[in-house]
Design a binder for this molecule. Structure first.
Ligand code: APR
Length: 227
């Protein structure tokens, strides 16, 4: 039995990391195009580095929550692949394996002209920090308007799933948001979001609740039904 999980910023909200589009979300304080686009990088790289350096520092203080840990429990029993839009490392900190970061990772840096020249990077990235190819380092994050290199791999995961669990995403950003459409028609889909913007249907079960509360319960239900 294969389980595909899609997570967004909402799974990290109860760990203290801001989402993007909720009130007081990250994008409320910033112009996306200034801090998360190739145009913004070209115009003012220091501004972009400052934005990500601040977000990276936050990671040192935050901890996974019950939703992340519930996924570790699920992975102990089933083949569970996690596709996350998040760039934080809370899935890994909770012991989740098989985590595919669709939009990159805050704790990685890469050459600004070669997205295969990637380095683990836990500290600030400063102007003048160079990759082996002599180019400036940038956060290994997929910016708006950039290709999503791992989308084919992610699509395959969802196309083979018997169960899909969607946790804490507004489903507004493609191609990530389209992944659930690739699930087989007979797949069971569970969606957890206090403000869901999808309608429940025969095989789509919607839980208008926070992740840390609903995910452990749904994981228990899946284990008791399918283990
Ligand atoms: N538990 C579960 N879901 C929550 C919680 C919570 N405690 N708090 C908020 N949410 C939900 C919100 O209702 C919303 O639907 O999480 C979702 C967060 O949506 P966004 O802020 O749009 O975040 P996300 O869907 O991950 O954004 C996708 O957009 O900005 C880009 O690259 C960025 O990866 C990001 C992508």
């Amino acid at each position: 039995m294969k389980i595909a999980v899609l997570t967004g910023a909402g799974i990290s909200a109860e760990s203290g990391i801001k989402t993007f589009r909720d009130n007081d979300g990250l994008w409320e304080g910033h112009d996306v195009m200034e801090v998360a686009s190739p145009q913004g990088w070209k115009k003012n790289p220091s501004n972009v580095l400052q934005f990500y350096n601040l977000r990276r520092k936050q990671l040192l203080e935050v901890k996974p929550n019950a939703a992340h840990f519930a996924l570790t429990e699920l992975q102990a029993r089933f083949d569970v692949q996690i596709v996350t839009q998040n760039v934080d490392n809370l899935h890994e900190k909770a012991g989740n394996k098989n985590v595919l970061h669709l939009h990159g990772e805050l704790l990685k840096a890469r050459s600004e002209h070669n997205d295969n020249l990637v380095y683990p990077w836990e500290k600030d990235i400063n102007l003048g920090d160079k990759a082996k190819d002599g180019n400036q380092l940038r956060p290994d994050i997929v910016w708006f308007g950039e290709a999503v290199p791992k989308i084919e791999e992610a699509t395959k995961i969802f196309s083979e799933a018997n169960i899909v669990i969607v946790i804490g995403t507004s489903l507004q950003v493609y191609p990530a948001a389209g992944l659930i459409d690739f699930a087989p028609v007979d797949a069971e889909i569970y969606l957890i979001d206090p403000n869901p913007n999808v309608e429940a249907s025969k095989n789509l079960h919607v839980f208008a609740e926070k992740a840390a509360k609903a995910t452990p319960r749904i994981v228990k239900k899946i284990i008791s039904t399918h283990a």
